[in-house]
Design a protein around this ligand. Structure first.
Ligand code: FAD
Length: 409
């Protein structure tokens, strides 16, 4: 770690403290007005804060138990894209409600035939005067049922190369013709939806950027998504960390089983590597450098680490862990009850889920799929970081030997 934290009496720190003293229970709007929701953004939304200033603000808010508004897709992914490519009028209209979390956002990107190969999407948006008429369907729309807007990418021109015919919209979820049908996952939670568009009319002033520039903007959104999905803690930063699990183990008197002890040590090692890697990224940012390969590998490692954490939690319960609804009372505080009916990532979902470990175990396979699958992330590292050949465009239905020949060509 190649930096020192500023002292306790740093004037920027004292300024945040004074603000919190004057606003002990700030609303989302108060935090937006102070620039504390996205301090690194330019004014009037942020403070153009450098990385150290951001750390100080985070630190002080945490210390005072002040929570920022929860709207991860809105603030983390849609917001930077609107800031980059939206008109001044769009920014003024959309950003205050987005930042204060009065307007929750969801993401309408994936389609049944366009996941990893997102540019293959077929949802159509056809210009008609001041509107676009949208037809098609999206899938895995997390939180769509409680969102006000969706970030939507749709094909506006089918006659140009596929990456060039896509446009980016902010789509109100209450438009006539837009319907959602719930998808219940194996945790029993209803967290995502299939979204259908039947002649949905989106006002043209909800298009962000130029027509046909949607692929470039979608990549901005996805880059922000990957950074936020690799934050500390399991379950994309929303669940308990490996350290928390190991703390439970210590509080319960430790473990004697040799294999489990080795797994506990391996888990701790992984968590440490991830922590140090995060500090390297931070160190680069604080020293004015662009983070290198460590940022690219963080998501790959963090997702798999989340799975290992949840698997270990289950394993600690032995055979009792196989049965949802029973657990080892008195041994480890990991009772095994299922029963989540709805998970709302934006609103402290996990308070409703008892216990988190059982839920997390069932959810954790999704970690290496959402936000770009483990295989696709590895392809990105291979090409962009290691400088290896680009993978050839394999055609659907190819045999293994045809694929091998294509790779060699
Ligand atoms: C919990 C969760 C929440 C999600 N929320 C949203 C959301 O809110 N909005 C949204 O739009 N989407 C969402 N998604 C969808 C997610 O973005 C897609 O699942 C993901 O992009 C993968 O697409 P796919 O499911 O179509 O799988 P596919 O792309 O069909 O992949 C199938 C398999 O093939 C492998 N594969 C594909 N291409 C390659 C390649 N080139 N090289 C090697 N292997 C390859 C993959 O790794 C995978 O194992 C969510 C997914 C999850 C799991």
């Amino acid at each position: 770690m190649d930096f020192d934290f500023p002292p306790e009496d740093d004037p920027r720190r004292l300024e945040v403290r004074a603000w919190i003293e004057a606003n002990p229970k700030p609303s989302g709007r108060d935090l937006v007005a102070a620039g504390y929701v996205v301090p690194h953004w330019p004014e009037p939304y942020g403070l153009s804060a450098d990385p150290m200033h951001q750390i100080l603000i985070d630190d002080e808010l945490r210390r005072a138990n002040v929570r920022r508004p929860g709207n991860p897709i809105g603030i983390g992914w849609a917001g930077p894209t609107i800031l980059l490519a939206g008109t001044e009028e769009q920014k003024e209209r959309l950003l205050p409600g987005l930042l204060s979390a009065e307007d929750i956002y969801c993401q309408m990107f994936s389609e049944p035939d366009a996941g990893s190969d997102l540019a293959n999407l077929s949802t159509r948006a056809v210009r008609d005067g001041d509107e676009y008429i949208v037809n098609g369907s999206k899938i895995w729309t997390s939180g769509g049922h409680y969102s006000k807007y969706g970030i939507l990418i749709a094909r506006t021109d089918p006659n140009v190369p596929k990456h060039k015919g896509i446009s980016y919209f902010i789509c109100p979820t209450d438009l006539p013709g837009l319907t959602m049908s719930p998808i219940v996952d194996m945790t029993t939670a209803y967290s995502f939806n299939e979204t259908f568009f039947e002649d949905v009319r989106i006002p043209a002033d909800m298009r962000i950027g130029e027509e046909g520039d949607g692929w470039r903007l979608a990549k901005v959104t996805l880059a922000n998504e990957r950074v936020s999905l690799s934050s500390a803690g399991s379950l994309w930063g929303a669940g308990p960390s490996a350290e928390k699990l190991l703390e439970l183990v210590r509080d319960a008197g430790g473990i004697d089983d040799e294999l489990l002890r080795q797994k506990a040590a391996a888990l701790h090692t992984e968590a440490e590597v991830l922590r140090l890697n995060r500090l390297r990224t931070l160190s680069a940012r604080l020293n004015g450098q662009t983070p290198g390969p460590e940022a690219s590998i963080q998501k790959i490692m963090a997702d798999e680490h989340g799975q290992h954490t949840m698997e270990f939690a289950k394993e600690l319960c032995g055979t009792a862990g196989l049965i949802a609804g029973s657990g080892p009372p008195g041994e480890l505080p990991l009772s095994m009850r299922s029963g989540a009916t709805e998970v709302n990532f934006e609103r402290d979902a996990f308070e409703d889920v008892d216990p988190i470990w059982h839920y997390g175990f069932l959810f954790s396979p999704a970690l290496t799929l959402g936000g770009g699958t483990f295989a696709v992330q590895r392809n990105i590292v291979a090409e962009m970081v290691l400088g290896l050949n680009r993978e050839p465009n394999l055609e659907k239905g190819m045999t293994w030997s045809e694929a091998r020949r294509a790779f060699k060509a």
